[in-house]
Design a protein around this ligand. Structure first.
Ligand code: ZN
Length: 296
């Protein structure tokens, strides 16, 4: 089947089902606290492949690469910063191969998460340095074959801008989307309200934008409602966590069941989201239930 572009998906589908949590699935597969998820793209490639397959079998039309923490600043925690290009490219190649083996329209999003450090003047990361770090990551993801660059879980507008600029430098007209995390009373942890996010997103020529992660369905539904009111024409992304984490027998378990997330999928669609998936705590069972609900 000919390669599906992000634009093809938009033309053929009213609502697009994205995948769910990667970290959750890696931990279930044996990733230990302190391990690098990105290193699994080369050292446990079969596990990463099988996570992609799980989401594809659940009906996901967009899958994200296992590169959320793949920028060199974050890889530095595990002395892997010199392997940023290798690990991102390997992740993209893995996801690409799973999608190319299918006989339906699916695209690969190259996940780009935050650096985890504060930008200057609060911290020591300058805007130009950040843009360069994201450019390196985006370049490797594109070289590995992603269809769209997927900036996610951003809290700081400056870092968001740096990430999008880094992506843009790789290929001026490459598809880019971005989402922020509104986990502090409807604002990001850096105090950005959905209104300010929409204003910033609007200047970036993104194909889609929205919210991900956070404190569960209700929170993101409020965010999408605000964004849809402000930007009714925008393609909005909602990737909520599966509720809130609770400790059960020493394990982190998220409290939203597939049924709860299925109801959320319908509600968030009705509020204006067009790309709907999930984030931390979700599994292929959640995505499958959400996909079923969206067909109804
Ligand atoms: Zn999350």
């Amino acid at each position: 089947m000919a390669k599906t572009t992000f634009a093809d998906l938009f033309e053929s589908e009213a609502v697009i089902l994205a995948d769910g949590g990667m970290g959750t699935m890696l931990m279930a597969a044996g990733l230990q606290p302190g391990d690098s998820p990105e290193l699994w793209n080369v050292e446990h490639a079969d596990e990463v492949r099988s996570i992609h397959r799980g989401y594809l079998a659940a009906g996901a039309q967009i899958i994200l690469t296992n590169t959320f923490g793949g920028n060199q600043r974050r890889l530095m925690h595990r002395q892997l910063e010199r392997r940023a290009v290798e690990l991102n490219q390997a992740a993209a190649v893995l996801a690409r191969a799973e999608v190319d083996a299918l006989d339906r329209r699916v695209v690969v999003g190259g996940s780009i998460g935050p650096t985890g450090v504060l930008m200057a003047p609060l911290g020591d990361l300058t805007y130009d340095e950040a843009a360069g770090i994201f450019e390196e990551q985006a370049g490797a993801l594109v070289a590995g074959g992603v269809d769209v660059l997927w900036v996610e879980t951003m809290s700081d507008l400056q870092e968001l801008r740096a990430a999008v600029e880094g992506c843009r430098k790789v290929a001026a007209d490459f598809p880019i989307v971005a989402t922020m995390t509104f986990d502090s009373h409807g604002h990001t942890s850096m105090g950005v309200a959905p209104e300010a996010a929409v204003e910033a997103f609007g200047t970036m020529e993104l194909l889609a934008f929205g919210g991900n992660c956070g404190n569960g369905p209700e929170e993101i539904e409020g965010v999408i409602e605000s964004m849809h009111t402000l930007a009714p024409e925008a393609v909005l992304i909602a990737k909520s966590n599966a509720g809130l984490p609770k400790m059960v027998d020493g394990q982190q378990v998220y409290d939203a069941t597939p049924e709860v997330m299925a109801e959320h999928a319908r509600r968030v669609r009705d509020l204006g989201a067009r790309i709907i998936g999930a984030c931390c705590g979700s599994t292929p069972a959640h995505i499958q239930a959400m996909g079923q609900a969206l067909k109804g």
